[in-house]
Design a protein around this ligand. Structure first.
Ligand code: NG6
Ligand code: CA
Length: 515
């Protein structure tokens, strides 16, 4: 009798353990930087081999209308982590020493996982600011507030972007390999960083010959570090400087360690690659792999990183019950200021040696057209998600609400106001995505609804007189070639009104009755 009940108990507890584990899968968001829809084999790229992502995609759900919330980095990341649209807080691309843009009392994706007893970490590019307005980050002391104040238990960061100073890694609060005899100063003005005793770096305006890796222009010519011009000035920290060509290796090593160390806990890992943002400096083992420019080779490196993370999950027996999301923070850009072999000089041009980085879509990074936010969007969860392709309209801003449903947790009052529950679509249990969605770009907003997309442009310093609104019928013109605004003024007017209502509303959640 005792034996039987023990066996029964064993079975029951194994079953409840399984249920528990399935309730709390590990979650890894692998975030590419400026990776376009057409940069991935599974999305049609023929010139860049991405075997690891393709293999993952073949066993996952691959979205063809999946979006980041904005066509640039900081607002997309802000929205993914907070479930709030960037335009509400006027989030723009952040300067090198910008303060933390997410107020520490804002509820974040990391908070959600932490509340559900997950371990949480961010490894890689941050670009959400550090320090405060009043007390800017002091790189010679504890750098905070930052990720640890908004829900992450561990962070290993490229603090801003790889084309911005400071060119050092930050582990939790500390600069890695910090040398107190070579204090670090960061600023937009060379005078701010001109401190006696700290290493001086050549100035890109006056010492162009120091750009030995490759030359750069427009703004990427302040401090030259590792032979590459950067945005912003830096002094000091020579021993702490990162090596550009080993950055992917370092992040992968940290992620592999993290996965191994936390194999017993449920964990949420935000793996935020610097690839394929400029300055592209892939490891020499990837250079020349594509016959395109360094842009293509950096994409091969990104694919390798994805493969390494999958490998680490397999080694630790975690692949089955880990949700792996592979996506990007905005659409593609080609040259963007560095002479790195790209055949085109602006984000307006649409191919690099015959490679179409935005796939069939118009525009790319910075722009309001589909190429700006429609990005690779793959979700793998072997234990639950059946492989397939979904055309449901989905957006990263909705992760927060959707994961709260998955984890059976209620969002706090007033949190994640623009995040809607799209869990069924994200798991492939429904083919219905969002009924409407806002897309953001610098000085433009668009509303997607059904067949249509309405775009509104706003004045800026560079374009005081913005273009008139545009209207596209995406269902038969997904490349946005034919502006139909004059044919359908009534549709444009109703969408204009709805966009304005949404902007003024208390968030898309409340507006759509999901509060
Ligand atoms: C722009 C930079 C660009 C890139 C971008 C941010 C210039 C001329 N251009 O201002 O190189 O750094 O900011 O990219 O400075 S993002 O992916 O992080 O949004
Ligand atoms: Ca980016």
């Amino acid at each position: 009798m005792k034996k039987i009940s023990l066996a029964l108990y064993g079975l029951l507890s194994a079953a409840s353990l399984c249920a528990n584990i399935e309730d709390r899968p590990n979650v890894i968001i692998i975030y590419g930087d400026d990776v376009g829809y057409g940069d991935v084999g599974a999305y049609g790229s023929e010139k860049i081999p991405t075997p690891h992502i393709d293999k993952l995609a073949a066993r996952a759900l691959r979205f063809t209308d999946g979006h980041c919330s904005a066509a640039t980095c900081s607002p997309s990341r802000f929205s993914m982590l907070t479930g709030i649209h960037g335009f509400r807080a006027d989030i723009r691309i952040l300067a090198p020493n910008a303060p933390l843009t997410i107020p520490v009392d804002t509820y974040t994706l990391a908070d959600l996982f932490k509340e559900a007893n997950y371990q949480t970490a961010v490894i890689g590019k941050w670009h959400l600011g550090l320090g405060t307005e009043k007390q800017p980050a002091d790189w010679n002391a504890e750098v905070k507030p930052g990720p640890l104040e908004i829900g992450f238990d561990y962070s290993f960061l490229l603090p801003s972007t790889n084309d911005r100073v400071p060119c050092v890694y930050l582990e939790n609060y500390k600069v890695v390999n910090y040398d107190p005899n070579d204090p670090i100063f960061i600023g937009f003005n060379p005078k701010e960083v001109n401190r006696p005793g700290s290493t001086e770096y050549p100035n890109g305006k006056t010492n162009r010959e120091a750009m030995t890796y490759y030359p750069s222009s427009h703004g990427h010519n302040h401090s030259i570090i590792n032979g590459i011009g950067r945005i912003g000035f830096m002094a000091g920290g020579r021993a702490a400087l990162w090596e550009d060509e080993t950055m992917a290796d370092i992040f992968v090593e940290k992620a592999r360690d993290y996965i191994k160390t936390h194999r017993e806990d449920p964990f949420f890992l935000f793996f935020s690659s610097q690839d394929i943002h400029v300055p592209r400096a892939p490891h020499p083992r990837f250079q020349g792999k594509t016959g395109l420019s360094y842009r293509g080779d950096a994409m091969v490196q990104f694919d390798w990183s994805v493969g390494q993370i999958i490998q680490a999950l397999k080694e630790n027996n975690l692949l089955e019950n880990t949700i792996v999301i592979v996506s990007s923070d905005n659409g593609p850009v080609y040259d963007d200021g560095y002479v790195d072999g790209c055949s085109v000089k602006t984000s307006q041009a649409d191919n690099d040696h015959g490679h179409y980085a935005a796939g069939p879509y118009r525009g790319g990074k910075y722009q309001i057209y589909e190429g700006g936010t429609r990005v690779p969007f793959i979700i793998s969860w072997p234990a639950k998600i059946r492989p397939g392709i979904s055309s449901a309209l989905v957006n990263q801003i909705d992760f927060l609400h959707s994961f709260s449903t998955l984890l059976d947790r209620k969002l706090p009052e007033g949190a994640a106001i623009d995040s809607r529950d799209t869990l069924q679509a994200l798991l492939g249990d429904s083919t219905t995505g969002l009924p409407y969605m806002i897309e953001e770009a610098a000085n433009a907003l668009a509303l997607r609804q059904g067949d249509w997309k309405y775009i509104e442009f706003y004045p800026s310093k560079y374009r005081p007189k913005p273009p008139s609104p545009e209207l596209y019928k995406l269902s038969n013109d997904s490349a946005e070639t034919n502006n139909r605004i004059n044919d359908h003024p009534e549709i444009a007017e109703s969408m204009r009104k709805q966009l304005h209502d949404l902007k003024k509303s208390d968030g898309l959640r409340k507006y759509s009755g999901q509060d």
